[in-house]
Every structure is written in structure tokens, then in C-alpha cells.
Design a protein around this ligand. Structure first.
Ligand SMILES: Cc1ncc(COP(=O)(O)O)c(C=O)c1O
Length: 346
């Protein structure tokens, strides 16, 4: 017999609602009139907060969603004969319906990686074709931090990849849909694994971490800034009432709410991983370093559990993904663990 299902679902960190602070900020931003397309006081305040976060002047653009932020950022990095190195499991490769290829008019050079991470070696191997006219020229590397597998690059790993990329003349994009989860996992400032080590453009996630919608495109290289506004508009990622995204980000940055949210989500994933680790039929397949738990369990158990509380199966044989968020409660985690034990006769 299965117990009561968890209140929150483990299907996605997007399945949770928005945090009360964010909703309150939306209500306050709704008061009165503001100039559209980013010429408002919320966006200007946010831009200076983001400068403070990175300890220097950067260029911040606000977009509707993560796919859009990635598409805008990637376009700024390459020319039509160039391609983007990424992992096969990256969101830009498998979850954006080919949007990057469509907007870039170019190729994603997608490399297999069992843990969702690129390495300097993998990148280096692609550079042998540089200068050969018959081959798509690697023009940029796209790194997801935290990865689609809930793993997190160390600062050292990132430095090696970025240095290799830059030595080959390539640019570096970071898909930071879960950048907050990476920051708390590493225990360092976001600048330490982005701007300070040579990331050129960052998609800075907001939605998964407690906003209603909205992501930021943070451009670190001043040379790239000029193009981004035009690309943003052409790619349908220039929200007219931008103040609503800016106000949400401001609420997230205030008193480091964004980090508190991510810390909580990561802790819930740890609790879940620890809670199922000793079940003989369950194998954790990836290190739990952010807010995702990947595991294998018998197929029949998976379908029974999915009918009880939704979550997704993943790439590996009998592999499942359980995502936690800022809104996941300890009781939800306990309910899932109890459900898994009940189905597996533990
Ligand atoms: C790694 C990663 N990047 C970007 C996104 C943003 O996607 P969306 O376009 O749905 O906001 C997601 C959402 O699942 C993601 O997991």
C-alpha cells in the first residue's frame, strides 16, 4: 500500500509556484506607470545590483525564458560558419526544439558525457579542425552550471575548459538556469566561477529558483554588448513591461533570497538521496551536487510511483530524475522515500 503522495511534485523545479517575496514585488511594481523596454527604475536598479554581484560593470538584459536567453547569448558569440561545443545532454541540444540551430543557422557540436560535464580534453579534441575550411569551426563552448544531471563543475574544472577554449580563440557561454544551485554547492560567489574566470555570457536563471518567469542575460565581455540588444529584439526576447522581470530579480537578490532558495533545494535533494541510498533495488547514478537526484529502480516500481506522484524517467536504463526546489518540504521528501520503500517492499 502506498502512503499519501508528496504535496509537491519531484517532476521539475519549474513545477513549484513562485515565492511570496516575488509575488509581493510584482504587486508593488504594478503600481503606476513606467517607461517600457527597460527604461524603468526597477531595471536600472537591478542593473546596478547585478554590477555589485559581479564586482564590476557588466551588461544585463532581461529575457522571457531560459531557451530565449540561451539563444540570444549564443548568437552573440559566433559567426555562421562556426559551431557551439556542448554536451549531448545539454538543454540547448535536447530540450530547446532546435531553437539554437534555427537562430544561429549553425551546428551544435554535441559531445557525449556521462555526467553532463564537458572537460578541457573533450574541448581540446575538437580544436584540430580549426582553420580547415571543410569543417564547421568550433566558435564557442556552452557549459551548463549546474548541469542537466545535477552535477556541478568545480572552479578548477571550469578554468581548464575556459582556458582551453580561449587559447583556441573560442568564446564561452554558460547556461546558468541553475546558477544559484551551483553557487551554494560550491560555496563561493557567483563571480568566482563566471566573470572572474573568463565566461563571456551567462544565462542567469530566475524561474526555477522562485520567480514566476524571467531570466537574465549577463554579458561580461564589453565587445559583445553592442549586438545583444538587437539580437534580443530579433529573437522575440525583449519584454516590453520589463519592470516585472526586474522587480522579481530584485526581490530574489534582496538579502540573498536566491541563495537561500537554492540552499534549501539542494538540501532537499541531499535528504532524498540519503533516504533512498540504502534501498537495495535503488542505485543513485550521479553525484547529488545540486537539486536533482538521478537513480535507477525497477521499471514496474517506476510506473507505479509515477502514477502516485509525477516525475520523469531519464536517459539511462530504468533511470529516473527527481528534482527538488525552494518549495519542496521535508515532509514531501519523507513521503517520496516512504513511497519508494513501500513499492519496493522495504
Ligand atoms: C539547463 C537548462 N537551461 C535552460 C532551461 C530553460 O528553459 P525554458 O526555456 O523552459 O525557460 C532549463 C529548463 O528546464 C534548463 O534545465
Amino acid at each position: 500500500m502506498l502512503p499519501e503522495p508528496p504535496v509537491s511534485t519531484f517532476a521539475s523545479d519549474n513545477a513549484s509556484g513562485a515565492s511570496p517575496e516575488v509575488l509581493q514585488a510584482l504587486v508593488e511594481a504594478n503600481d503606476g506607470y513606467s517607461i517600457a523596454y527597460g527604461d524603468d527604475r526597477y531595471t536600472s536598479e537591478l542593473r546596478s545590483e547585478i554590477n555589485t554581484l559581479f564586482g564590476r560593470e557588466v551588461a544585463t538584459f532581461l529575457a522571457w525564458g531560459g531557451t530565449g536567453a540561451n539563444v540570444v547569448g549564443l548568437q552573440a558569440l559566433i559567426r555562421p560558419w562556426q559551431g557551439i561545443i556542448c554536451t549531448q545532454s545539454s538543454h540547448i541540444n535536447v530540450d530547446e526544439c532546435g531553437a539554437p540551430e534555427r537562430f544561429l543557422g549553425s551546428k551544435l557540436i554535441d559531445l557525449p558525457s556521462p555526467d553532463g560535464k564537458l572537460t578541457a580534453e573533450l574541448v581540446q579534441k575538437q580544436l584540430g579542425v580549426l582553420g580547415i575550411v571543410h569543417h564547421v569551426q568550433p566558435g564557442a563552448v556552452s557549459i551548463t552550471q549546474a548541469t542537466e544531471y545535477g552535477t556541478v563543475y568545480s572552479v578548477e574544472e571550469l578554468k581548464e575548459i575556459i582556458d582551453t577554449a580561449h587559447q583556441g580563440g573560442l568564446r564561452v557561454h554558460m547556461d546558468g538556469a541553475r546558477v544559484a544551485n551551483a553557487a551554494v554547492s560550491l560555496g563561493c560567489d557567483v563571480a568566482e566561477f563566471t566573470s572572474e574566470i573568463g565566461v563571456d555570457i551567462l544565462s542567469f536563471g530566475g524561474t526555477k529558483n522562485g520567480m514566476v518567469y524571467g531570466e537574465a542575460i549577463v554579458v561580461f565581455d564589453p565587445e559583445l554588448v553592442g549586438a545583444v540588444g538587437y539580437l534580443q529584439k530579433q529573437s522575440a526576447q525583449l519584454p516590453s513591461k520589463m519592470r516585472y522581470i526586474a522587480a522579481q530579480f530584485l526581490a530574489m537578490l534582496k538579502d540573498d533570497l536566491w541563495l537561500d532558495h537554492a540552499r534549501h533545494a539542494n538540501a532537499m535533494a541531499q535528504l532524498l538521496a540519503e533516504g533512498v541510498a540504502d534501498i537495495p533495488q535503488v542505485t543513485i547514478t550521479q553525484p547529488t551536487q545540486a537539486n536533482a537526484v538521478f537513480a535507477t529502480l525497477p521499471e514496474e516500481a517506476t510506473s507505479t510511483l509515477q502514477a502516485w506522484s509525477p516525475f520523469y524517467t531519464w536517459e539511462g536504463d530504468n533511470e529516473v530524475r527527481w528534482m527538488t526546489s525552494f518549495a519542496t518540504q521535508v515532509s514531501d521528501v519523507e513521503a517520496l522515500i516512504e513511497g519508494v520503500r513501500a513499492v519496493l517492499g522495504n
